[in-house]
Design a protein around this ligand. Structure first.
Ligand code: ATP
Length: 350
């Protein structure tokens, strides 16, 4: 097992800067998710770590080995791709054995490793089948078993669930979490699905435009986003941001008198998640009034879109809450969940 360390990696395609000085450390046995919108550079970073792409600048370490200039096969890395290509003409056994045959390991080791990887993925009973005789989820497990069979020091996964239908994807997410926890392999996992990232990761590295913009545990990233981008990208619906005037180092929001951090300017953004707003049908102390624009029944709760001083924001209430468009409601944010951000840069105050 080993850690992954990426130092100051840059990559340009033509004139397009895909990676802009990225540094990242994944600890031994840690499961880290690279999360970001399409085109932010996740796959490029993964391919550089795997050695499938060369960085223009920067270094990559696996454990204490500087692998920056090593070819892929010398890096002791296994990769599982989006389409988790399994070979259709080979049995499950031979699919899992593929990398080991390339490495020319002894027949005893080959058999032992295939059986161990198959057991880890709970597919021991499928070893004689061909991929066409498997479900999507089973094929997925074959692909992961093949990657683990070579005993990689680190496992890289690029959207391995994205080709599965929604229900199977949900099932495989929990499965994968359990199976990879058993294997204890250091893993870097790429997705643009924030729920997948929250569910799987020990830590999430949020990427935007070729840079890592926050690197923290899922709960910290969710509750204490470093910027408007992170708060807006993670969470569905996203975090609300209300633009408010600062007067004499205070911010008034209805009957709420709030104290923003000392360094704010004339205006500040107040970030609050929809579920962190308590909603009342009548006026309350320490609350602000807003008008209901839209009510959406979503099953476990109602999603309200409200208007405060020309700014739309969202709140959730229980399904039996009496809410109708046009109505005025009073909202009280949970003080510990408020986030102050700078309107210009979008960055959160510490
Ligand atoms: P997605 O979630 O859509 O896969 P991503 O975050 O993985 O996106 P990358 O595949 O790393 O993004 O691509 C980052 C940017 O670099 C994109 O704008 C892409 O078009 C560009 N890019 C990637 N590979 C090449 C290449 N070989 N030549 C030119 N541009 C490239």
């Amino acid at each position: 097992m080993a850690s992954i360390r990426v130092e100051n990696v840059e990559k340009t395609f033509g004139r397009f800067k895909a990676l802009n000085g990225v540094s990242l450390e994944v600890r031994d046995q840690e499961f880290v998710v690279l999360l970001g919108p399409s085109g932010c550079g996740k796959t490029t970073l993964l391919r550089i770590i795997a050695g499938l792409e060369q960085a223009d600048k920067g270094r990559v370490w696996i454990g204490d080995r500087d692998v920056t200039l090593l070819p892929p096969r010398a890096r002791r890395i296994a990769m599982v791709f989006q389409n988790y290509a399994v070979f259709p003409h080979l049995t499950v056994y031979e699919n899992i054995a593929f990398g080991l045959r390339m490495q020319k390991v002894s027949p005893e080791k080959l058999k032992a490793n295939v059986e161990r990887a198959a057991a880890l993925m709970h597919i021991e009973n499928l070893l004689g089948r061909y991929p066409a005789q498997l479900s999507g989820g089973q094929r997925q497990r074959v692909a992961v078993a093949r990657a683990l069979a070579v005993e990689p020091e680190v496992l890289l996964m690029d959207e391995p669930l994205s080709n599965l239908d929604a229900l199977l994807r949900l099932e495989m997410r929990a499965e994968l979490k359990r199976l990879l926890a058993e294997s204890r392999t250091t893993t870097l996992y790429v997705t643009h699905d924030q729920v997948e990232a929250m569910s799987l990761a020990d830590r999430i590295a949020v990427m935007n435009a070729g840079a890592i913009v926050q690197y923290d545990t899922p709960m910290r990233v969710y509750q204490e986003p470093a910027s408007v981008f992170v708060g807006g990208f993670i969470g569905s619906p996203p975090m609300n941001f209300l633009r408010l005037r600062v007067e004499g180092q205070r911010v008034r929001l209805g009957s709420l008198d709030l104290e923003p951090p000392a360094e704010v300017g004339a205006e500040v953004l107040l970030g609050v998640r929809p579920e962190d707003l308590e909603v009342y049908p009548a006026e309350q102390p320490q609350s602000f009034a807003a008008q209901v624009l839209v009510v959406e029944p979503l099953g476990p709760h109602l999603l309200l879109t409200l208007n405060f001083a020309g700014q739309a924001f969202k709140a959730t209430v229980p399904p039996d809450f009496p809410a109708a468009a046009g109505q005025t409601l009073w909202l009280r944010p949970q003080p510990s969940r408020l986030r102050w951000l700078e309107p210009g840069s979008g960055r959160a105050f510490a």
